[in-house]
Ligand binder design. Structure first.
Ligand SMILES: CNC(=O)c1cccc(C)c1Nc1nc(N2CCN(c3ccccc3Cl)CC2)nc(N2CSC[C@H]2C(=O)NC)n1
Ligand code: NI
Length: 183
């Protein structure tokens, strides 16, 4: 079972590398790892399990965060419209995006960052993602607002980008042009 000791922190260079594409079909081990990443998210959102094992809650996790420089992410959450997202994705790719942006009014957190970094994180408000799921099915997901933010945060991890790289250095709470707040 993945616990916080398996999660690398922001000083680890693996978080700043471009992760490698997974050769399809994914190996048994890669599928197993992806399932464990999804289980971590579910466990982290269960108060009893999270407190028992000291898990920080998250809705997304990328393979480099557990020391694997491979293009795999897991997401598990409900968006503000109550739509449920629970995926283990292989080689996710943003194939199109809006000009409009969005940002969480609360700022973003990351399981690999043990500190609060205040500021708005401007992201595309709508994205289309192509990926392969754990069963090997080709997926095309059209995402907006909170869901779009979570997926961009995790796909950024596959490209060595951290959420704080997007925060305006001069004014962390500057409202990005052509953007709307979420939450
Ligand atoms: C600095 N202020 C903040 O962080 C911040 C501060 C307040 C609110 C938000 C909304 C903030 N922001 C933020 N909160 C989250 N969670 C809210 C709580 N939740 C959760 C917690 C308990 C049970 C179940 C669940 Cl579901 C888990 C997820 N998650 C992310 N991110 C950024 S995108 C990837 C995602 C991630 O999984 N990070 C680990 N950001
Ligand atoms: Ni993160």
């Amino acid at each position: 079972m993945i616990t916080m000791k398996d999660i690398v922190r922001e000083d680890n260079p693996i978080l700043y590398k471009v992760a490698k594409e997974v050769d399809l079909p994914a190996s048994k081990k890669e599928k197993e790892t992806l399932k464990e990443m999804l289980t971590y998210l579910k466990n982290s959102q269960d108060d009893a399990i999270a407190s028992k094992y000291g898990l920080r809650p998250g809705v997304g996790l990328a393979a480099p965060q557990i020391g694997l420089s491979k293009r795999m992410i897991a997401v598990h959450f409900q968006d503000l419209d109550g739509r449920q997202y629970s995926y283990g994705l292989i080689n996710p790719k943003i194939v199109s995006h809006s000009v409009e942006k969005a940002f969480l009014t609360t700022g973003e957190g990351c399981l690999s960052v043990d500190r609060d970094i205040p500021g708005y994180v401007p992201r595309y408000s709508k994205i289309t993602v192509k990926a392969t799921d754990i069963e090997g099915n080709e997926l095309k997901l059209r995402l907006k607002d909170y869901a779009a933010i979570v997926f961009q945060h995790e796909i950024d991890h596959l490209n060595g980008v951290m959420f704080f790289d997007h925060i305006n250095k001069q004014d962390p709470f500057a409202i990005p042009e052509n953007s709307h707040p979420i939450g």
